[in-house]
Ligand binder design. Sequence first.
Ligand SMILES: Cc1cc2nc3c(=O)[nH]c(=O)nc-3n(C[C@H](O)[C@H](O)[C@H](O)COP(=O)(O)OP(=O)(O)OC[C@H]3O[C@@H](n4cnc5c(N)ncnc54)[C@H](O)[C@@H]3O)c2cc1C
Length: 382
Amino acid sequence: MTAKRILILGAGFGGLAAANKLRKSLSQDHRIIVIDRKKSFMMGLVNLWILAGSRGLEDSQTPIDGLNSRGIEYLNDEAVKIDPDSSRVQTAAHGWITYDYLVIALGSELAPERINGFVGRGFNLYDSSQVPALREKLLAIKRGRVAISIMGLPYKCPPAPYEAAMIINDILTKNGTRGTIDIDMYVPSPLSLPIAGPKVSADVVATIEKYGIKFNPSCKISSVRDGEIEFEGGRKETYDVLVGIPPHRSPDVIKSSGLTTREWISVNRQTMRTDRKNIFAVGDVTEIKVGQSAIPKAGIFAEGQAKAAAGQIINEINNDKSEASFDGQGFCFMEIGGRQAGYVKADFYNPDGPLLSLEPPSEANYEKKHDFERSRIREWLL
Ligand SMILES: Cc1cc2nc3c(=O)[nH]c(=O)nc-3n(C[C@H](O)[C@H](O)[C@H](O)COP(=O)(O)OP(=O)(O)OC[C@H]3O[C@@H](n4cnc5c(N)ncnc54)[C@H](O)[C@@H]3O)c2cc1C
């Protein structure tokens, strides 16, 4: 058997899960190389703990070079071009790197600039560097309105904006200012979680309304001015603090590579293979249609897809004809403040259609959320 070189683009959820599974199953003569422009890994869900004040940004970073001691080669570099016809990737600092197998796990990018007037006026909840200042602002205001706007679909971790709303409620309550500050959520779709259907969406709305948070459906933001948001159709609302979940887009290197003519990469929903030779794609950069919707952008799905892609590559290298398979199952936590969390559980490949439910909040689930982070960092990087 000739030794293979497996190149993984991105050291987030998908890239780290794929690299570790490959390393555990393949002998050392097969090289596994991971490229990421970042030097450290932090899960997106930590943003909510920074918001809540239970975590600092600096204490939450794990160096990605921990991969090297596991026999996985890490290159801190930028992938600038993918050339599927020659099976190679161009990087900013290391030039062209050839591969036998490529796993694309580059995630999604945030595009706050697509919302006219938002940058400089609102806080981007998904940009961890802005969350400490958002928390300071929430602690400083005495009255007014916090507006939380989901600015486009799809976005990462569909329950996260609702978690943020309830954590903000908790912050303001503890600060003694909740009585004079309204919290309003503005959502582009008629349902709170379109992917989860009407029943779970209604449960989510009932959960936030219990805390006096107002749900405003079908509000597509068009622009932001000082103290005022405007929605498509002309509706205007005031804000004192604006929290945005900006539109998401795929990384530029994907579009320029010719791997998709749309925003996201289409893959085989079991093996995560693309239609290009020996290229797999996993996680937020992909789109897997289920009914009218698509599998949500969440770490748990990126991880499951990465394990399937890695399993398929291992089978092929070992001349094993069996097919690896992503099972379409996962869950997303929904924290409500006060050390309590529920979660949305999903089975997207259920033969009778996607099956989703909302599990009620408990302290045990809150602990599970912390363990979710700890166990993966231990398994992937330490
Ligand atoms: C507030 C918040 C809460 C969340 N909560 C949850 C939760 O409870 N459960 C859950 O499952 N998910 C949650 N998520 C979603 C989860 O973080 C993402 O879905 C997940 O990170 C996607 O994994 P990925 O591997 O596809 O991409 P990512 O983890 O985003 O990794 C992509 C990597 O590619 C790198 N990269 C991109 N372009 C280049 C390039 N050109 N060259 C080199 N490197 C590049 C990036 O630096 C990055 O490290 C949450 C997200 C947020 C923001």
